[in-house]
Design a protein around this ligand. Structure first.
Ligand SMILES: NC(=O)c1ccc[n+]([C@@H]2O[C@H](COP(=O)([O-])OP(=O)(O)OC[C@H]3O[C@@H](n4cnc5c(N)ncnc54)[C@H](O)[C@@H]3O)[C@@H](O)[C@H]2O)c1
Ligand SMILES: O=P(O)(O)OC[C@H]1O[C@H](O[C@H]2[C@H](O)[C@@H](O)[C@@H](O)O[C@@H]2CO)[C@H](O)[C@@H](O)[C@@H]1O
Ligand SMILES: [Mn+2]
Length: 441
């Protein structure tokens, strides 16, 4: 395989070091000539980049070039793939996204409900600009976007770049859940073949098969109902919030036993219960600031101080490996199957054609080729249509600068429902996001 050039956009992200470690482990699957980190925050990126430089020198000596920059021309010229992982407004704004709805009794969450809507309206402008910038310099590069809320960002990109077939919106949640299934079954996650349908952070596994075609679904369901379903990926295995989230899958399965749920459905199925559990001074953003962000920055400081990675474990994580293998399948036309987002166009036959559905697809150099799902039952169809209407209204509201459409969107969202509550949350979010959102009519 000919070596490729990769840029990681949002180089200062808490995920970059994990991606680099995963690129090291996956170098045979996705051989690289050059890695570039790009960020708008020079200082935040520098810490990660300096540690990355040492890591790569010691573990990826074959790599011909590593650099980090805030210059778009340097970052985006002559690249084959871009991983995009930005956070407009940073963790500071994430905390407000989580606290503001909570103040009004609703779920505060990074991608679900009102918090997700606020984050979506912030992300769209930057994501459109980034895609245009990348296309200015590298017209054929594959753009893997996992900037959140991926459902809303993905819909906006689909609207803005309808003819660009080299943008793939992708999320690691399905594979992270499959990793937990694999642990229950004492199998390797890559041996499992998923049948999955829905929207991003809003879907279900209808079946899990092994490589021989044996159906493992009932065994998984029994294990979840009779055992303790826990996060398995090392990144989240000891994280109390993720432990509680995975455990909630048992309740979802008892209440709705037909399909295996994405863990994010907890926010839509039990909104009042989950909102009551949240505390405004310790929402997830605060936990990430005191947890993953602190851990990653301390690790970088340690590597930079020692000028070696000799005393640390260089370990890939499921998030990084998933993005890298999916990218390799696109770039090298490997025709492997991954759960990704793609325009519906009849894949789920009783959902709108323009919905951005999350389903298994073969990743080729001509883009994702999704397997047909067919008709889905009324309960799932109803839930998805409601959620899709919310997502679509958010994107329309962004383009039309429409207060009214945002109010409609929030009122539709299952984490809110009540119009006066939606209005109060929206008014507070407008104030908090005045530096980021379009001015509404
Ligand atoms: N879809 C998924 O499965 C998935 C999984 C993990 C993370 N994510 C997403 O990845 C992103 C990064 O998460 P994080 O917690 O590491 O956040 P973070 O704040 O630590 O990192 C984001 C980085 O992006 C930079 N940035 C912001 N705007 C930018 C722009 N316009 N251009 C270039 N860089 C910019 C910031 O300076 C920061 O260094 C978030 O959107 C998060 O939701 C998605
Ligand atoms: O609350 P956070 O910031 O810890 O996580 C939010 C993200 O959660 C999912 O992704 C990952 C997680 O980020 C990562 O560390 C991994 O090891 O496990 C999680 C589940 O796969 C989600 O898919 C992302 O969209 C969220 O941003
Ligand atoms: Mn995700």
């Amino acid at each position: 395989m000919k070596e490729k050039n990769l840029v990681i956009v949002g180089g200062g992200s808490t995920y970059t070091l994990g991606i680099i470690m995963s690129l090291i482990e996956e170098k045979k699957n996705f051989p690289l000539k050059k890695i570039t980190l790009y960020d708008i925050d020079e200082q935040r990126q520098e810490k990660i980049a300096k540690a990355t430089e040492i890591l790569l020198k010691e573990h990826y000596p074959e790599l011909k070039d590593f650099n980090y920059t805030t210059d778009k021309a340097t970052a985006f010229s002559n690249i084959d793939a871009a991983f995009v992982q930005i956070r407009t407004g940073g963790l500071y704004m994430r905390e407000l996204d989580e606290q503001i709805p909570l103040k009004h009794g609703a779920i505060g969450q990074e991608t679900c409900g009102a918090g997700g809507m606020a984050y979506g309206l912030r992300s769209i402008t930057d994501m459109i600009e980034l895609v245009n910038d990348i296309r200015n310099y590298s017209n054929d590069a594959w753009i893997l976007n996992y900037t959140n809320p991926a459902a809303i960002v993905g819909l906006a990109l689909q609207k803005e770049f309808p003819d660009d077939k080299r943008i793939l919106n992708i999320c690691d949640m399905p594979i992270a859940i499959m990793k937990s299934y694999a642990d229950l079954l004492e199998k390797d996650v890559w041996e499992l073949i998923p049948e999955y349908f829905g929207l991003n952070h809003f879907g279900w596994f209808s079946k899990i098969l092994d490589q021989q075609g044996n159906d493992l679904t009932n065994e998984i369901k029994n294990n979840i109902i009779n055992g303790d379903f826990l996060p398995a990926d090392k990144e989240i295995a000891n994280d109390e919030s993720w432990i509680q989230t995975f455990r909630k899958a048992r309740q979802m399965l008892i209440d709705f036993p037909e399909f295996l749920p994405n863990t994010y459905l907890q926010y839509y199925l039990y909104p009042e219960e989950l909102a009551k559990k949240e505390t405004p001074d310790n929402t997830r953003a605060r936990q990430v600031i005191n947890g993953r962000e602190k851990r990653v920055h301390e690790l970088c400081d340690h590597i930079i101080f020692q000028q070696t990675t000799n005393d640390i474990n260089v370990e890939a994580d499921i998030h990084g490996v998933y993005m890298i293998r999916a990218a390799a399948s696109l770039v090298f036309n490997l025709k492997e199957t991954y759960v990704v987002m793609t325009e519906n166009n009849g894949i789920i036959s009783n959902l709108p054609a323009d919905a951005l559905v999350e389903v298994p697809a073969i990743l080729t150099n001509d883009g994702p080729k999704a397997f047909s799902v067919g008709e889905i039952p009324a309960f799932y169809k109803g839930l998805i249509e409601n959620q899709y209407a919310y997502e679509k209204l958010v994107v329309e509201a962004y383009y039309e600068k429409s207060y009214n459409k945002l109010l409609q969107a929030l009122t539709l969202n299952r984490t809110i429902v009540h119009a006066p509550q939606a209005k109060a949350i929206l008014d507070d979010l407008i104030e908090a996001n005045k530096d980021y959102w379009p001015e509404l009519n």
